[in-house]
Design a protein around this ligand. Structure first.
Ligand code: TYD
Length: 214
């Protein structure tokens, strides 16, 4: 059965402005009369948020396969308890990071078939209808992330070369799946980025962005 809802993921490196943009799109969609679920990964359920704590704040990160399995376990809980039910109910789900983050971040250390196996188990085959890749140079993004005044989680503390390769892997994914993954230039003022996102969602989905409430 095809779910009546619509599933949009936001992806990108550190400090790309995903949380601001996801909030702005949620406001636009709600003003247009849509029911929107805003969620994030790793996280989105109490169990998955606990796994997030283990992954991001536990000092030295575990091996890449251990990471991928923990992300998959968190995602399975999130997909089955939050995302699938919302989609079945015809809601629009906006998720801050999803499977492409696993490919971009864990993809360096793991063989593709092993990584894809963990992803398939974690999602039970759920693929986003649309993915917005907020792209900007890692120097700019890490500068923004550090301005927020946090010491940085395990991934933010990785070196600049790692973040440059994460960006390249995201862009390679977008070239491989150009119909699903749309690249947005995030190195611009937030309102300009938000306008591009609204235009892309309008052009690539059947969602009415200018409903009665807009
Ligand atoms: P988060 O605070 O959400 O980062 P940001 O604010 O940049 O979105 O932290 C999530 C971190 O987890 C981020 O560095 C990317 C990493 N991550 C993975 O490595 N693999 C994954 O599958 C996911 C979902 C996130």
């Amino acid at each position: 059965m095809i779910d009546p809802g619509f599933f949009i993921t936001f992806e990108g490196g550190e400090g790309a402005g995903k949380s601001t943009q996801i909030r702005l799109l949620a406001e636009t969609l709600r003003a247009a009369g849509h029911e929107v679920v805003l969620t994030r990964e790793p996280g989105g359920t109490p169990l998955a948020e606990a796994i997030r704590g283990l992954l991001l704040n536990a000092g030295e990160p575990p091996e890449a396969m251990t990471q991928a399995l923990l992300f998959a376990a968190a995602r399975h809980d999130h997909v089955s308890r939050v995302i699938r039910p919302a989609m079945r109910a015809g809601q629009i789900v906006l998720c801050d990071r999803f499977t492409d983050s696993t490919r971009a971040y864990q993809g360096e250390a793991l063989a593709e078939d092993a990584l894809e196996a963990t992803i398939l188990l974690g999602t039970s085959g759920l693929v986003p209808d649309l993915t917005l890749l907020l792209d900007l140079p890692p120097e700019a993004g890490l500068g923004r992330a550090r301005q927020r005044g946090v010491a940085g989680d395990a991934f933010e503390r990785a070196d600049l070369g790692f973040h440059a390769r994460v960006r390249e892997r995201f862009l390679a994914l977008a070239r491989r799946e150009p119909d699903r993954i749309l690249v947005v230039d995030a190195d611009r003022p937030a309102e300009a980025v938000a306008a591009s996102i609204r235009a892309l969602v309008a052009a690539h989905s059947a969602i009415d962005l200018a409903g009665a409430g807009a």
